[in-house]
Design a protein around this ligand. Sequence first.
Ligand SMILES: *Cc1c(COP(=O)(O)O)cnc(C)c1O
Length: 360
Amino acid sequence: MSRVYNFSAGPAVLPEEVLKSAADEMLDYNGTGMSVMEMSHRSKAFEEIIETAEADLRELMNIPDNYKVLFLQGGASQQFAMIPMNLMKNKVADYIVTGQWAKKAYQEAAKYGKVNKIASSEDRTFSYIPDCSDLPISEDADYVYICENNTIYGTKYKELPNTKGKTLVADVSSCFLSEPIDVTKYGIVYGGVQKNIGPAGMVIVIIREDLITEDVLPGTPTMLTYKTHADAKSLYNTPPAYGIYICGKVFKWLKNLGGLEKMKEINEAKAKILYDYLDQSSLFKGTVVAKDRSLMNVPFVTGDKELDAKFVAEAKAAGFENLKGHRTVGGMRASIYNAMPTEGVKALVEFMKKFEEENL
Ligand SMILES: *Cc1c(COP(=O)(O)O)cnc(C)c1O
């Protein structure tokens, strides 16, 4: 068996320790004689898995008691509809469009009410985060929506927008648990888990209790009503049980590592290795305005499409997988999530130096 350095944007690398532990428990979880995949979601064993996962997540993120944690299905994209269906009391919402994922959320919300694009960075291929200190927030907006880390373009909000008192809703799929956040600043923080935490198909929604009501848009399905899942503690129907179990292991891994402050330190040092190299390279260039750079997704180019393709192919042959940029941007992208070891980034930079020498 040999593992590659996997720079995929998602589904993405998970801690080896977590995968090994799951493998060890595959046939017999904790003396139950069955896999977590095979057990009832109403069983004592699973009850403990989901309760421990929630408690560990609450501890890691310092989630206040007036927020619910929901483990749901449908990935992050399901939330693009679920958010307006549940939150649009006035049928008005403000969206800041900083990439494809924010744009998709904006387009979906437009099915349910009046959505205002109050800022965008599309004019320069989403390579920066717009100034959000004094935006034209709508008086009757039910919420203000952002995508906090833009997976495809490699930008990240370093400061949250001034929402002028309106509820902030944030998609944190690709920066989930990469650093501490102040949950009280948000009405909803949510993310698909396949970037930084677990298997695809599952989304974690952290939602302030006053936003969980029966007063949803007419026709909202039971399954897409937050209250359904909040009341049933994410066990209204069969939850993504195996996903929750893996997420729980990743939460333990993060706690053992020293929590999110420590994770942030590691992520900053790790990203710096790559950015420092890019900043002095004569061949490779980062594509993002320096102050808005993501710690998780690092897009870069040579400026020559053929050379980009050559790099991706040679990198793959050398054991660096999934470095091709998103189809809408081209070039390269190294996603260096929590579970990407620092050695992986160091090895990539060494490989890039060699490629630079050979191709300049
Ligand atoms: C990957 C991603 C999504 C989509 O997630 P799915 O689980 O595939 O729906 C949404 N938002 C962001 C920021 C992402 O990175």
